[in-house]
Design a binder for this molecule. Structure first.
Ligand code: SF4
Ligand code: SF4
Length: 450
């Protein structure tokens, strides 16, 4: 570690709650493979938090990789680019995994994967150029949140950021896409984070990584030592205990700086800017090549997948095509998910496309998909003890049952970030995440009615 004049924590600050989930990082040693070119891609216009994009191409248009196919004038948004070369065949409404509907641009690939002539590396020498370039790149938080990175980097006047936190905790079981980025994309990661430090005048960066990724720790440490950029002297590494949900923004800020992020505040309010390691890797690659966000490293795993691996996938490829590139299903699929088993979203079928913030596809056989039987709450308090946000899920469940909005607010239900540590720890297998979601929706509804 090159710590230069910046100071770094010697060990993580203690954090509360969480769960010791089995890691099941089956693909940690699998070098990423590039997926073969799919015949078609479907690019939904909503792949981020914020305003959806509007298609700016029509059926019949020829496109190449990197051409903009959807954009929005809203501040909180990110453009969407063609991920294959070919012809736009139609614009159709599609249903997303959360049940909402948006337009999607469908491209028939010509199999050539031609990159657009408009693609060129951006010039980035200051904060304004960085924010503008990142906006053009279409980058959103690749750790799963999908928040447009240009908005995050546009730190408001009066906010002083003293720490860039690079999130490489990747605490969800099964998922190894960040781990592989740390091993395979170290130069791009360094380029990305050094540029952010330089343009945003951030004095130090901390790469936060769980201890169970020794090869990634070695690779990043080597890259920091070998870098000749002055910023690398101010990059440190903090090894975290492998504990779920170590990678959550609030938990990470606490572990790395000891600071508490109050509800409703942004990391920059406590002097931090948090960036996922795959986002840093993409940024470094974009600065080098100018190719916007058109592909994604995805972990494909689960008992129903013939050959689990990490694949680099064109955005918009169908889950079915992705699984076919992993040898297909080895047994009937009982549960299919975007993301990990703790915070992922169940999919009704495999026709859904890969979108920007997908970091994993998990497919489980029927035996592994059976939910345990729910029994009565025995008031053991484990759900509260394991909650990193100091919430009392059993009390929230009672308030949801009686539709007691005042009690839901008193118990801070809106602070829940749905990590699932409570449900995982509950001996009665209560469906506490669904309860928390319901409680949050009830509070939201009551506020909109006021
Ligand atoms: S962990 Fe489960 S059984 Fe224990 S208090 Fe919470 S809801 Fe009830
Ligand atoms: S109440 Fe919410 S934040 Fe707390 S453990 Fe449960 S899901 Fe996580």
């Amino acid at each position: 570690m090159n710590s230069g004049s910046a100071s770094f924590p010697k060990r993580p600050h203690p954090t509360r709650g969480g769960a010791s989930v089995p890691h099941r990082k089956n693909t940690a040693d699998c070098r990423s493979e590039i997926m073969r070119c799919p015949e078609t891609v479907v690019l939904p216009m909503k792949q981020h938090i914020g305003a959806p994009c509007v298609p700016c191409v029509k059926a019949g248009n020829a496109v190449a990789i990197g051409d903009v196919v959807g954009k929005s004038g809203a501040y909180v948004s990110a453009p969407i680019h063609a991920s294959v070369s070919g012809t736009v065949t139609k614009i159709i409404p599609v249903k997303l995994a959360d049940g909402s509907v948006c337009d999607a641009v469908v491209i028939q690939s010509d199999g050539q994967m031609r990159v657009s002539k408009s693609v060129r590396p951006p010039r980035v020498t200051n904060k304004a150029e960085l924010v503008a370039a990142v906006r053009e790149s279409g980058l959103v938080g690749l750790g799963g949140a999908g928040f447009p990175t240009s908005v995050k980097l546009d730190v408001p006047e009066g906010c002083t950021v003293d720490t860039l936190l690079v999130n490489c905790a990747e605490c969800e079981p099964y998922i190894t896409s960040d781990h592989r980025a740390a091993v395979e994309d170290t130069e791009d990661i360094l380029r990305g984070l050094e540029t952010v430090m330089r343009c945003e005048s951030i004095p130090r960066a901390i790469m936060a990584i769980e201890r169970n990724k020794p090869d990634a720790i070695r690779a990043l440490d080597d890259a920091i030592r070998k870098s000749s950029e002055p910023e690398s002297r101010r990059v440190g590494m903090l090894k975290l205990k492998a504990k779920y949900p170590q990678g959550d923004e609030k938990v990470l800020i606490k572990a790395c700086t000891g600071r508490t992020l109050p509800p409703g505040r942004l990391p920059c309010d406590v002097g931090c800017l948090v960036m996922n390691i795959s986002s840093a890797a993409f940024l470094g690659s974009f600065l080098r090549t100018g190719i916007p966000l058109v592909k994604k490293r995805v972990t494909v795993d689960g008992s129903a997948v013939s050959s689990p691996k990490n694949l680099i996938v064109p955005i918009g490829a169908s889950v079915r095509d992705v699984i076919a590139c992993c040898g297909g299903y080895c047994e009937p699929c009982g549960k299919l998910m975007y993301g990990g088993p703790m915070m992922g979203v169940a999919l009704p079928n495999d026709t859904f496309p890969i979108i920007k913030q997908n970091n994993a596809i998990l497919a489980f056989g029927r035996e592994d998909s059976v939910l345990p039987r729910t029994t009565a709450c025995i008031r053991c308090g484990r759900c509260a003890a394991h909650c990193p946000m100091h919430l009392m899920p059993a009390a929230v469940e009672a308030a949801v049952r009686t539709k007691d909005i005042a009690s839901l607010k008193k118990h801070g239900v809106t602070v829940c970030f749905e990590c699932g540590s409570c449900a995982y720890s509950c001996p009665a297998h209560r469906q506490l995440v669904q309860v928390m979601r319901l409680g949050k929706a009830m509070v939201r509804e009551s506020q909109s009615a006021e």
